[in-house]
Design a protein. Structure first.
Length: 569
């Protein structure tokens, strides 16, 4: 078995064969995923297994830490000094030998295994004579990188996570993003900056604050090596909230020769483990519409700090998407960084002028950081069919892009899947991804691409007061100021585009209809929103009466005169 679907199906069947009746379906992932990681690690270490065992026993009493000697000899940054692995364990003395096996891993792997919290599941398996049955099943699959490459292994983890998440009613989108979306996100983030990635001796960094199993980071690096510069040194960093996916990501980094110490556990919002760090490129898909109430105290406290990540404003507590974007902006290099992030529609327009969301948009647009937004097809994700958007943000736009925002409508660029995966019924084919990237790079207005100045998205919210009128319909004057009293019940607001003169607008659009109205300019608020659908709306004329009549007559023929009978009544 080398195909990710075959291996995923095999592992999934193990759940039925071994775990059914002993564990609840929502617990399957807690058992299976750690064993997938263990089997992968075993397959990597198998060729040098005996050497690691012998070297450990030779040097364990001679030096305090024999790790450097063992790692240098076996050419891996991790090892297992036990005489056992999953393929060498037998049913005899299984409890003792399995513990010996787990305790034999080097410290960097032990830290990963700890996050899986295997103690309780393993005890349950042992008590019910199922542990060896589970181990014997995993012996049947070869997960060595020469047989199952890193890309395929990532797909296996993601397929299993999707199934386990569905069984536990979790949102699988919190764990990973479909590969077709990731490839487009990576291309949009990196393709505009090829010259920065070309040349000898280059070192660049990629960061994902919601890294899940690490798929975005791996694909980002692969894209650069394959499309721009095969010799560049790409350093990957990430942070992940979920201990299980964090452990998978860290183990993957260990196996692929990345630095696993660059992957951190905890919330990026309230536990920034990379405080003070900056990165060249940042890509992420933060969870859609997830509340940040549990972190509200910390976030609001930092928002009060003028130098804090969230000092510009905070969105409503029901959706923390824009907090992640602020977090990434705080990590931009002064020499220039690029950010690609997947959002739902809410960050585009939620919140009126002066609200946290509007202030964040204002801050980004007025600083000329928003480079492009791409509207994606719906039904692209495994756990939701909602419409999504990719935002590209940078603090170093090319001269031709300065002061402008590019909008691309890619909602029709998709293929229909032969078989749905959860809510995912569509995918972006390679040719369609190339088409979107080309539109982005061309930076020319077309039917699917609009380019607007930054000010296009801004408006001033002006307060309109109306006079309190007496019985004869005349304004009631204040005795002291001799000015009309305002009728608070008639107070209204006008949203006037930044490109429009406010006084002229009032005189031409308001005054003719409200002769006793005036503007209270002391209450002006500037807001920003991006009404994506409106900009790409195409008017479709109503069908002619003749066309409708012809259709009705055709129906009449098909219904044996039913329409005529209705008319006669």
């Amino acid at each position: 078995m080398t195909n990710h679907q075959e291996i995923s199906s095999f592992i999934w069947n193990v759940c039925d064969d071994v775990l059914r009746g002993l564990f609840k379906p929502h617990e399957y992932g807690d058992v299976i995923l750690p064993f997938v990681v263990l089997r992968r690690l075993d397959c990597v270490l198998e060729p040098q297994k005996d050497m690691a065992y012998q070297l450990y026993n030779e040097y364990k009493d001679k030096i305090e830490d024999p790790s450097p000697i063992i790692q240098n000899a076996i050419k891996h940054s991790f090892y297992n000094h036990s005489q056992y692995d999953l393929s060498r364990l037998t049913a005899n003395s299984l409890k003792l030998n399995f513990e010996n096996y787990l305790n034999g891993f080097s410290q960097n792997v032990a830290d990963i295994i700890e996050k899986f919290q295997l103690d309780k599941p393993v005890k349950k398996l042992l008590d019910n004579n199922r542990l060896y049955l589970l181990i014997s099943k995993f012996k049947e699959i070869d997960l060595h990188p020469d047989v199952v490459n890193n890309h395929t292994m990532g797909q296996i983890f993601e397929e299993l996570l999707r199934k386990f998440s569905e069984m536990s009613n979790e949102t699988s989108g919190e764990h990973y993003t479909p590969r077709d979306v990731v490839k487009l996100l990576v291309g949009l983030t990196l393709s505009e900056n090829k010259e920065d990635l070309e040349g000898e001796g280059k070192i660049r960094s990629i960061f994902d604050p919601c890294c899940g199993t690490g798929g975005m980071l791996s694909i980002g690096k692969e894209w650069i090596l394959e499309n721009i510069n095969p010799t560049i040194d790409i350093r990957l960093s990430g942070q992940e909230l979920n201990p299980q996916t964090y452990a998978i990501c860290k183990s993957d980094m260990l196996i692929t020769g990345e630095n696993p110490e660059n992957i951190h556990l905890g919330s990026s919002l309230s536990e920034d483990k990379l405080q003070g760090k900056t990165f060249d490129y940042m890509i992420t898909n933060p969870p859609f519409g997830v509340s940040w109430k549990s972190e509200q105290e910390y976030v609001l406290a930092e928002a009060e700090n003028p130098q804090g990540r969230f000092s510009v404003g905070t969105p409503r507590s029901s959706d923390g998407s824009l907090l992640f974007l602020q977090h990434m902006i705080s990590k931009m290099e002064t020499k220039g960084s690029r950010i690609g992030v997947v959002f739902n529609g809410s960050p585009l327009f939620t919140g009126d002028a002066g609200s946290g969301e509007s202030e964040i948009r204002r801050w980004i647009i007025e600083n000329d950081w928003l480079e492009a937004i791409v509207a994606l097809p719906d039904q692209l994700f495994f756990n939701t069919g909602i419409s999504t958007y990719i935002w590209v943000v940078t603090n170093k736009k090319k001269p031709n892009r300065r002061g402008k925002v590019q909008l691309i409508n890619a909602t029709d660029l998709h293929q229909t899947m032969k078989k749905s995966l959860g809510s995912k019924r569509k995918y972006i084919a390679d040719s369609q991804r190339d088409e979107i990237l080309q539109m982005f790079l061309d930076f020319k207005e077309t039917e699917h691409c609009k380019i607007y100045p930054n000010t296009f998205f801004g408006y001033t919210k002006v307060t309109i007061e109306q006079a309190l009128l007496d019985e004869s319909g005349r304004p009631v004057l204040d005795k002291k100021s001799k000015t009309p009293k305002a009728d608070g019940s008639l107070r209204d607001f006008e949203r006037i585009p930044l490109s429009t003169d406010i006084d002229s607008y009032f005189e031409n659009e308001v005054k003719p209809h409200l002769p006793f109205a005036w503007m209270d300019r002391s209450k002006d608020k500037r807001g920003y929103e991006i009404n994506f659908t409106k900009y790409f709306y195409q008017y479709k004329p109503l069908r002619s009466l003749q066309d409708i009549t012809n259709d009705l007559l055709k129906l009449e023929e098909e219904s044996d005169g039913l329409f005529q009978k209705i008319l006669e009544k």
